[in-house]
Design a protein around this ligand. Structure first.
Ligand SMILES: Nc1ncnc2c1ncn2[C@@H]1O[C@H](COP(=O)(O)OP(=O)(O)OP(=O)(O)O)[C@@H](O)[C@H]1O
Ligand SMILES: [Mg+2]
Length: 411
């Protein structure tokens, strides 16, 4: 795609740099394929001409808001443009109708308020500063004018800002498709409140992102003929199951576990919970708290969002019972049993957690022990029950925890 450019002495160019990715400089001599460049850092390097990219000496210092306006649309040109804009707090840039977002790592509330939404309403695409609202507006308008479904794809590496960008898109569509709220639970509010619910159960702190989504999702918002939101469906994919029973330092398990441990005292008592530090599924990592996050407030906010979304209080109780049961499950340890290669809960503490898990799952205690310490093999002629050693029992405990959690998440 890039036309081959020949470089002469005095050409301004970009060359790759191990520290700053791309550095600019001036060609000081050319010897066949080898080009000697004096970089702005003062360093001189010799590089192959195929690794040298032309620098636009007329590129505006504050960058351009649509990169199709750049003289050269190659990697150093794009990165330089994004950086110039980032330096003046412009986190959004277009490349045609693609919006590129650079994570600001700070809250910018003025960018997303209702005043902003009304600005973008009806403005032609490209007329105002690049913004997710403009992308959502263009999609909404196309849907209304042409009567055809639209989709917006959000992609990027972990921590890039996909979840935040998706929330802005949904916020704008709810704004456009909302009805003047007389009811308490409007469809658009339900659509927006699905986010905190999903994040509580599907997001966790990772090395790269304190609120990393550990699943993929497809959000479908349906509109009626008049452009009002009439319904929504959210499909989730591929939740990271292993995190439920295996967490490496300094990451965390799913947010809901820490929230539940910070629930009001009567609920802590009901679910027989303690400090998160006492649960094996949480204390494999030394990270329990998140900067600026109050888990007890998050718990109440999640409950409220569940109310809005339409999850009954019985269902909510069942959900948190399962979450608590999983924590208890993780604290059941096994020792060798009386028979060869068999196992049983280790001590009174393990029995306590086993009883708590059975009570919360509302299942029979004996059946739960058997399901962990034995394996039932069904053949054509008979059913064989095999004892499991402590190691295998621990593995079946973890398998149960993962399966129950991912089924709960899907549900
Ligand atoms: N537009 C924004 N305004 C303010 N903060 C932002 C914005 N975009 C991202 N952030 C910050 O960066 C963090 C990570 O962003 P986000 O969770 O959206 O990443 P992601 O792409 O969904 O990552 P993952 O793939 O791990 O889920 C957010 O929790 C927030 O602190
Ligand atoms: Mg995310």
């Amino acid at each position: 795609m890039v036309a081959s450019v020949t470089f002469g002495v005095g050409s301004l160019v970009w060359v790759e740099d191990p520290d700053v990715a791309w550095i600019d400089g001036e060609v000081i001599s050319v010897n066949g394929e080898d080009i000697k460049v004096l970089c702005t850092s003062g360093k001189t390097v010799v590089v192959k001409s195929s690794n040298v990219y032309a620098k636009d000496s007329e590129a505006p210092p504050c960058g351009v808001d649509d990169m199709t306006k750049l003289a050269y649309l190659h990697e150093p040109g794009v990165l330089q443009n994004l950086k110039s804009r980032y330096d003046i707090n412009e986190i959004y840039t277009y490349t045609g109708n693609i919006l590129i977002a650079v994570n600001p790592f700070q809250r910018l509330p003025h960018l997303y308020n209702s005043h902003m939404m009304s600005q973008y309403k009806g403005a032609a695409f490209g007329e105002l500063s690049p913004h997710p609202f403009a992308v959502a507006d263009a999609a909404y308008r196309l849907m209304m004018n042409e009567g055809v479904s639209q989709s917006i794809l959000v992609s990027g590496e972990s921590g890039a800002g996909k979840t935040e960008s998706t929330k802005s898109l949904m916020q704008y569509l709810a704004f456009m498709g909302g009805r003047s709220a007389t009811e308490e639970r409007t469809v658009e509010q339900q659509v927006l409140d699905s986010n905190p619910v999903l994040e509580a159960f599907g997001n966790a702190k990772t090395l790269r992102n304190n609120n990393s989504s550990r699943f993929g999702k497809f959000v479908e918002i349906q509109f009626d003929q008049r452009g009002r939101i009439s319904g929504a469906a959210i499909r989730t994919y591929l939740l990271e199951r292993s995190r439920v029973c295996q967490v490496s330092d300094p990451e965390r398990n799913y947010h809901c576990f820490y929230m539940l441990c910070a629930a009001p005292p009567e609920e802590i008592k009901k679910y027989k919970l303690e400090n998160p530090r006492s649960f094996h599924y949480l204390n494999q990592s030394n990270c329990f708290e998140l900067n600026g996050v109050d888990e007890s407030k998050e718990y109440l906010a999640t409950r409220k969002a569940m109310d809005t979304v339409g999850i009954s209080s019985e269902d909510q109780d069942a959900i948190f019972r399962v979450i608590a049961a999983i924590l208890h499950l993780g604290n059941i340890e096994f020792v060798k049993g009386k028979e060869f290669d068999s196992s049983m809960p280790k001590d009174e503490k393990s029995w306590f957690h086993l009883r708590a898990a059975a009570e919360l799952f509302m299942c029979d205690e004996k059946s739960l022990v058997d399901s962990l310490c034995k394996r039932v093999i069904v053949t054509r002629d008979e059913t064989i029950t095999k004892e499991l050693d402590p190691e295998a029992a621990t593995a079946s405990r973890d398998a149960l925890a993962k399966t129950v959690y991912s089924r709960l998440f899907d549900w």
